[in-house]
Design a protein around this ligand. Structure first.
Ligand code: EPZ
Length: 418
């Protein structure tokens, strides 16, 4: 397994360009299953998870053409299976996103029940409860979700916990249901809104996009459209945090400043100078970060996917701060690895008390999940000496060419095939 080797101490300077968002591409590619003509996507990020969902669509019989610069055409007009196999689903739990579309378009679906992962058990009970409320008959047998519904019926469904892919799955299913569906306490992440906009251009009738109440009037068919994947706000936030951490001066280009407001405010609170343009964000920092309490929330609050990265700023701050993770039950896997580099962090339940230190020292550390890995790379950018981050296949799931983009900004970083 490849690893990334870093030598700390370089300031990040210059410009980087954000790739398309992983968490937008996955539901959009799944939505192709609803279309009666081919779909064309541009600005698709070249990531392992995107490759996985493309493979999954291929397995059910969709024809997928990956063009130059990651243009992707998906023709799911003649699929021959409704089964998403364990071998693929076990590598990416977001495969659950094919359940709603398959059920809505073909009346049946067999999707391997996604396992948990490093950050939590991550149940899909709300996905299943919502589909049952729409009239689906759902059984879980031999590790597979077996769902059938001759025609889904519109319903009113309240999410007792905001769920991004839960909202996406039910919104997609509702587009072809009989009657109107109202989703309450729906997730408001930009990726959910982007999916809703795309579905409407395909012929769906969704209102309330961007709010926590979505109203979907079922229609009889959806057509194929071209859609550009929106920029990845978590990749943008990760590089913004890296610029601040290294006391650099870097600009993230091709981003949506409106999608990273909570991260911008937090970086400013920590002492960064952040300037916003139409599609760029510039981050400058001259001093040691000021400590700032972090509390993750569903959008538009501070993203859980930025918690590990921003924690590293607190690790090196001149004071103490508390980091509270409210979305997932075990998203502190980066803490023990950061401790090995000299961080002083105490965990109690879903809160981490971080006591800032002057410096970190490089060490071999191990990635466990996507964003924890990113925080270890960030720590390696400033730790004295050499750090090596192992098992970086976690990183490749969500960050396109991370070592190239960091090197272009002046980091001393290289990828070493294991
Ligand atoms: C999406 O995961 C993202 N993945 C995650 O990004 C992100 O961390 C998460 O939303 C929160 O923003 C994709 O979009 C592909 P949830 P998702 O359903 O949809 C509980 C990354 O790093 N829950 O919003 O799986 C759940 O356990 C990944 O890019 C239920 O209890 O997250 C969690 O505590 C990691 N039952 C909370 O809700 C359900 O049926 C929020 O989960 C569904 C969720």
């Amino acid at each position: 397994m490849d690893k990334i080797i870093l030598r700390g101490g370089n300031r990040l300077e210059g410009e980087m360009r954000v790739s398309g968002a992983k968490n937008a591409a996955l539901p959009l590619i799944a939505a192709s299953l609803l279309a009666e003509d081919p779909m064309h996507f541009t600005n698709v990020p070249h990531l392992q998870d995107v490759t996985t969902i493309i493979e999954l669509l291929g397995q059910v019989g969709a024809r997928v053409i990956v063009g130059e610069r990651m243009k992707v055409e998906v023709d799911a007009t003649a699929i021959h299976s409704v089964r998403a196999p364990y071998e693929l689903v076990k590598t990416m739990r977001a495969s659950i996103l094919v359940l709603g579309p398959l059920l809505a378009r073909y009346g049946e679906a067999e999707v391997s029940l996604p396992g948990g992962c490093a950050i939590g058990t991550r149940p899909v009970n709300l996905h299943l409860k919502g589909l049952e409320a729409m009239g689906a008959e759902i059984r879980v047998e031999e590790g597979y979700i077996k769902a059938r519904a001759p025609r889904l019926q519109g319903t009113r469904f309240f999410f007792d916990q905001a769920s991004v892919t839960g909202t996406e799955n039910l919104m997609m299913a509702a587009t072809l249901a009989e009657g109107t569906t109202v989703l309450e306490n729906a997730a408001r992440e930009p990726e959910v809104a982007d999916l809703g906009e795309c579905l409407n251009r395909m012929g769906a009738r969704i209102s309330g996009i961007g709010t926590d109440e979505l109203v979907i009037e079922g229609v009889s068919r959806l057509g194929g459209v071209e859609h550009r994947i929106l920029p990845d706000r978590i990749e943008a936030g990760t590089y913004m945090a890296a610029a601040a951490l290294t006391r650099g001066d870097a600009t993230v280009k091709g981003a949506r400043p409106g999608h990273v407001e909570s991260v911008v405010e937090k970086l400013r609170e920590m002492g960064a100078e952040v300037t916003l343009g139409g599609d760029w964000i510039r981050v400058r920092m001259d001093d040691r970060p000021s400590p700032a309490n972090l509390r993750t929330q569903p959008y538009p609050g501070l993203p859980t996917d930025m918690q590990a990265q921003l924690m590293v700023l607190n690790v090196l701050a001149h004071g103490s701060a508390t980091v509270t993770e409210t979305v997932f039950e075990n998203r502190f896997m980066h803490v023990q690895e950061l401790r090995r580099m000299g961080a002083e962090i105490e965990l109690t339940g879903n809160a981490a008390m971080v006591r800032g230190v002057e410096r970190l020292t490089g060490a071999p550390v191990m990635a466990t999940d996507l964003r924890a890995s990113a925080s270890l790379v960030l720590a390696g950018l400033v730790a004295e000496g050499e750090s090596s981050v192992e098992r970086i296949y976690h990183i490749d799931r969500g960050y396109e060419r991370i070592e190239e983009k960091l090197a272009l900004l002046g980091a001393d970083v290289r990828r070493v095939p294991a």
